[in-house]
Write a protein that binds this ligand. Structure first.
Ligand code: AHR
Length: 501
């Protein structure tokens, strides 16, 4: 019997927020310096912007970009990164052991964001930083004129305020590795006071609190989430969650099930949010949403040597990684009612879809699923019914520093669907390593009619990688399906592939 995917446009989950196609630029390794920005390179313009990189970045249609960290931000003083470049102080960068020249800062990032066509999303320093510094940064960015920092921005050549809407209250403050790490109570107090000052300065901003990033065996991530949600429920708009997975044990089937763990965590946090919303005082503001504002695969470039200096976190990705990313994106769509922001970490070189050298760049395998989703998947997320064979994993580590998990009844087909202006978009990852899965797509309401475009991401082997001058994995446009008023389309989803119809 064929597998079945039942599509009913009346069974809806929620509107897909474009901000789930976000990304992240941190002052880490070669993400900024040697990535998006390289002074004196023949590939850069007069402002130091790498034009080849910018072209690739634009293809990703990045809706929102988080900046400037990450762990970096927890010892960052934004004032070091403004004004004439020659006057900016170089600093020891303690999170990732680099010398920070500060030649790239707030104004350079905002110019870059404009060229990318992305919404900026800033993170303030809740580690070594003060609530006053956070307030002053908002003043520099969002106040038109009058107070000192607004005037300083104008003096620096930026007459109009940037009106940055999204601000996060620190990064991974639950992590013992974070500079200035706090316990949940102390974090909540500091974040609430920072929020107060920031909102008094610019009332329209949206605030994102640092949720759990520490899922180590002895951590209690949901105790942190509960406390932060309880204390900040009237103030924040999103709770940020982070997750990195990896194939440490080189077990393909375990690895490709790991996005389901993200989905489990989403459901738990959604429950915690629902409970707090019952007694929250939010006026007419919407409930708190989840921002997965760091997610990716990160396990090879771990350890002291690969996590420090100018070449840090330089993961090279293969086909199975691209499948996992499509699984994450499907999971965001399936939870579109609560996940309203997501940011791949990060944009260039550092665990990233784009990889550069001094001479050029190439697109990693994970570039292709985010490009496909960001340019096509919008509208209303549908609650599809999937009927296919399943498998169980053994106990496994989903990532370094994570507790173990077991996943039962993992469907070979990982599916999401959306409906937008009469068009259905179905995204299917076939986890089966060896077999194509013949599947009936069944229309439960209305009919399928017209030409269905088909895109596929695949490669000869699950370990296929791209490199400079070599593209083994990319999106291929397949022949369209020409359909005449029918309620069934039958399609063979190839082994280890991602397909968008
Ligand atoms: O994205 C790399 C790092 O991962 C970030 O700096 C930090 O927030 C997380 O631990």
């Amino acid at each position: 019997q064929n597998a079945r995917i039942k599509i009913d446009v009346d069974r809806t989950i929620g509107e897909v927020d474009k901000n789930i196609y976000g990304n992240f630029v941190e002052h880490l390794g070669r993400c900024v310096y040697g990535g998006i920005y390289e002074e004196n390179s023949p590939l850069s313009d007069e402002n130091g912007i790498r034009l080849d990189v910018l072209d690739a970045v634009k293809e990703l249609n990045v809706s929102i970009t988080r900046y400037p960290g990450g762990n970096f931000v927890s010892n960052y003083n934004w004032k070091d990164g403004i004004g004439p470049k020659d006057d900016r102080p170089a600093r020891m960068e303690l999170a990732w052991s680099r010398l920070e020249s500060n030649h790239f800062g707030t104004d350079e990032f905002m110019a870059y964001a404009k060229r990318m066509g992305t919404e900026p999303y800033f993170s303030v320093n809740m580690g070594t930083g003060t609530i006053k510094e956070a307030q002053e940064w908002v003043e520099y960015c969002n106040v038109k004129s009058g107070p000192y920092y607004a005037e300083l921005r104008k003096k620096n050549g930026h007459e109009e305020p940037y009106n940055i809407k999204y601000w996060s209250l620190g990064n991974e403050m639950d992590g013992f590795w974070q500079m200035g790490h706090l316990n949940a109570e102390d974090y909540s107090k500091k974040a609430r006071e920072a929020a107060k000052l920031m909102k008094l300065t610019s009332p329209e901003i949206k605030l994102i609190a640092a949720g759990s990033s520490n899922y180590r065996p002895n951590a209690d991530p949901n105790e942190w989430n509960e406390k932060v949600l309880h204390e900040l429920r009237d103030v924040i708009d999103y709770l940020a969650l982070h997750m990195y997975v990896g194939n440490v044990e080189n077990n393909y089937y375990n690895f490709v099930s790991s996005p389901l763990v993200l989905e489990e965590r989403t459901r738990v946090v959604k429950g915690l949010i629902d409970r707090e919303m019952e007694n929250a005082d939010r006026g007419n503001r919407p409930p708190i949403y989840i921002a997965w504002d760091e997610y990716n695969i990160w396990y090879r470039a771990r350890g002291e040597e690969t996590m420090a200096g100018t070449k840090a976190l330089e993961e090279r990705y293969n086909l199975e990684d691209a499948l996992v990313i499509s699984g994450f994106l499907n999971a965001f769509i399936r939870n579109a009612d609560i996940v309203k922001m997501a940011n791949m970490a990060q944009l260039v070189n550092v665990i990233a879809p784009i990889f550069t050298s001094e001479k050029g760049m190439f697109k990693q395998t994970i570039f292709y699923p985010i490009q496909l989703f960001a340019n096509n998947v919008k509208g209303t997320s549908l609650d599809v019914h999937v009927d296919c064979e399943t498998y169980d994993t053994g106990e496994f580590f989903i990532g370094l520093g994570e507790s173990t998990t077991i996943q039962k009844d993992v469907p070979f087909l990982d599916v999401s669907a959306t409906y937008n202006n009469g068009e259905v978009i179905v995204c299917v990852m076939n986890r089966n390593k060896d077999k194509a899965i013949t599947t009936d797509l069944l229309c439960q309401e209305g009919i399928f009619d017209g030409e269905f475009e088909v895109y596929e991401i695949n490669g000869s082997d699950i370990k296929s990688e791209n490199d400079f001058g070599k593209t083994s994995v990319e999106t291929k446009k397949k022949s369209s399906l020409k359909v005449k008023k029918t309620d069934k389309i039958t399609y063979d989803f190839p082994a280890h592939s991602f397909t968008m119809i």
